[in-house]
Unconditional design. Structure first.
Length: 156
């Protein structure tokens, strides 16, 4: 299959091509990426579903990965449709692979700052702990609450 045929099959438009050109990707790299997209898109719908994403990456379902997936799904108005087109997949993959540590920390922060007020509330922190750690996090959340309460005490 030619590069152009792959581009049509993946419904990759000029925006993706411009981005790949801007990043100075060679044709061979572009083709490898499109092959990757096609290998994840098992039903050949032109989009990657959450299930296809988990299966391809051999991940157990977790709320953290689901939230990250939803964050990559940027071509929607309002709620995520929980499908990634080729452009969203490319941008998300690129960000995760090449994001410096400081940007990764900010990404995690933004992922859980639900009210976008620039801070993490106790509820948002509990949600983050539960999503990242999975399972019963009651003991860990209680420790965080204790630390939070004790750090607010003025020891002067």
């Amino acid at each position: 299959m030619t590069f152009d045929e792959r581009m049509k099959l993946c419904d990759a438009g000029p925006d993706l091509l411009e981005l790949m050109d801007y990043l100075k990707m060679k044709k061979k790299q572009k083709t490898r990426f499109l092959k990757l997209f096609q290998s994840v898109d098992k039903d050949n719908s032109g989009q990657i579903s959450l299930v296809e994403f988990f299966v391809h990456l051999k991940l157990d379902h977790s709320k953290f990965v689901e939230r990250s997936f939803r964050q990559m799904d940027i071509n929607t108005e309002g709620d995520s449709n929980m499908n990634l087109d080729v452009c969203e997949f490319y941008i998300g993959l690129f960000n995760f692979c090449f994001m410096p540590q400081t940007s990764l920390s900010k990404y995690m922060f933004d992922l859980y700052d639900d009210d976008k007020d620039g801070g993490i509330t106790s509820k948002e922190l509990e949600l983050m702990i539960g999503d990242v750690c999975g399972g019963d996090t009651t003991h860990l959340v209680e420790k965080v609450r204790w630390f939070n309460n004790s750090s607010n005490v003025n020891d002067s």
